[in-house]
Design a protein around this ligand. Structure first.
Ligand code: ATP
Ligand code: MG
Length: 460
């Protein structure tokens, strides 16, 4: 079970941020295009209005002391180029309207100048843009001021503006969608080395402590080198603890063996039964400690090796031969026969031979220990879709109430009486079976009294 709490995905964050940037750029694009286009349209209309007003102003002349105007056709027709907008004009000489719309407002504040002045105003219910130019005309020996105002409604302009807005919106939305899709692609692409690295780390076995050598993006080098150095330290620590286990086993067992031998010698020399009993108790305590120390260290070794399981092809027949040979002397002391039943065909299992031997030895050791003398123990290898090794004895068998707990550490059955033990043998066998993907089955001998313990392992 993972204790990691993922807090959001980098990819999602990247895509969202890039999409926000794309949206802002789209908006900026939209407003810029609209502003520039409207400005351009307004400038175009202003230029035509100015040209029209100037050409009308130029057409004003004096004749016989009066001011006259020959309205040039082109002056108003040029305004017709912008859609169907209505056109207004007014010519004023010294404040008197000479011709045109008398109510068309003029800019009173303007100075006489040929530079046109532009204005936007409400006139006759419409929005109207006007250009005003003025000129001075000499009539006889008087100089008179001529003002020409030309106005045009802005419907065409509004239509152009709407068209530009629609286009700019479509382009902006298109740009946004395209940029967002690109961002998703770019985020995916940018994160692909990260995914590759994560995959290569995830693909490793749980006990693989070799350094990560997959190609690493620069930003992840500190993380990966941190991980590698952590794994190196862990590997070193594990190696050290393996050495420590071996060393400790040696240092505890040896002095205990000496104490035991000496105690035996003293026991033999003692005459008073009370003293002899005390020494017997002492020898028993030494046996218990020695057994506990041995089993504890074996268990530590099994845990260590199971964590870094190094498997090889093993012939289970050979393995059983070795285990039986090793325990035969103990069995002979009790006149117990070990009947090793092996199949004829050859097959192999994959595993750690030291662990498997340890497991088998503990099970067989129990069978001998908990059986009375002059009985028989059957060690039977049954290959089918698994490799099953049964250890069947004719001893006291398991107490039903115990069975579920016997694979727990230090748990001994209610049937042990005065037999020395530490309660770790079946724990070791069960751990080894599990480390190899198999299981330990604790049951009873189907043919009469006794126990049947089976080690079930997958075939290789
Ligand atoms: N073949 C058997 N027949 C009867 N009881 C058994 C047998 N094997 C194991 N047991 C019971 O299961 C218990 C647990 O066995 P286990 O091997 O784990 O511990 P142990 O034999 O007591 O101590 P040790 O760690 O020294 O082997 C034993 O105490 C015993 O009660
Ligand atoms: Mg045991």
């Amino acid at each position: 079970m993972s204790v990691l709490k993922p807090t959001g995905s980098i990819r999602r964050r990247l895509v969202i941020q890039l999409a926000i940037i794309a949206a802002l750029l789209s908006l900026a694009f939209f407003f810029t295009v609209r502003f520039v286009a409207e400005q351009a349209a307004t400038d175009t209309q202003d230029n035509i209005l100015a040209a029209s007003a100037t050409s009308i102003a130029d057409a004003v002349y004096s004749e016989g002391g009066a001011v006259r105007l020959e309205l040039p056709y082109s002056a108003l027709s040029m305004l017709g180029t912008i859609s169907e907008d209505r056109v207004f004009y007014r010519v004023i000489v010294d404040g008197e309207t000479l011709t045109g719309y008398e109510d068309l407002p003029i800019n009173e504040a303007r100075n006489a100048s040929r530079t046109p002045l532009f204005e936007t105003m409400e006139y006759r219910g419409d929005n109207v843009r006007t250009a005003t130019v003025s000129r001075t005309l000499s009539v006889g020996n008087q100089s008179r001021t001529v003002l020409v105002v030309v106005g045009q409604t802005r419907l065409g302009l509004a239509a152009i503006s709407t068209r530009i807005t629609t286009t700019a919106t479509a382009v902006g939305v298109g740009f946004f969608l395209f940029a967002t899709a690109l961002s998703a692609f770019a985020a995916q692409n940018a994160l692909s080395p990260l995914n590759k690295l994560a995959e290569s780390v995830a693909r490793r076995g749980p006990n693989d402590l070799r350094p990560v050598v997959a190609t690493t993006p620069t930003e992840l080098v500190p993380l990966v080198s941190g991980l590698n150095s952590f794994m190196r330290r862990l590997r070193d620590a594990l190696n050290r603890s393996e050495d420590l286990i071996a060393e400790a086993a040696h240092r505890i067992r040896t002095p205990l063996a000496t104490v035991r031998t000496q105690a035996e010698v003293i026991h033999r020399q003692m005459e008073r039964p009370k003293n002899r009993n005390s020494v017997r108790e002492m020898i028993r305590a030494v046996d218990e400690s020695s057994r506990s120390a041995g089993q504890l260290l074996d268990h530590a070794m099994v845990t260590f090796r199971s964590d870094q399981l190094e498997t090889q092809d093993i012939d289970p027949k050979e393995l059983l031969h070795e285990v039986v040979d090793r325990l035969s002397p103990t069995a002979e002391l009790k006149d117990i026969q070990i009947d090793l039943q092996l199949p004829n065909n050859d097959f192999s299992i994959s595993g750690d031979p030291i662990l498997l031997q340890n497991a088998a030895r503990n099970i067989l050791d129990n069978a001998i220990k908990y059986s009375p003398g002059e009985t028989e123990i059957v060690v039977r290898l049954i290959p089918s879709d698994t490799c099953r090794i049964d250890f069947i004895d004719q001893g006291r068998g398991f107490a039903d109430a115990d069975i579920r707990n016997l694979t727990k550490r230090f748990s001994r059955g209610t049937n042990v009486n005065d037999i020395v033990g530490s309660g770790l043998g079946l724990t070791i066998a069960d751990d080894v079976a599990r480390a190899h993907g198999g299981k330990l089955v604790i049951g009873t001998n189907d043919n009469g009294v006794g126990a049947c313990v089976s080690l079930v392992l997958p075939l290789s």
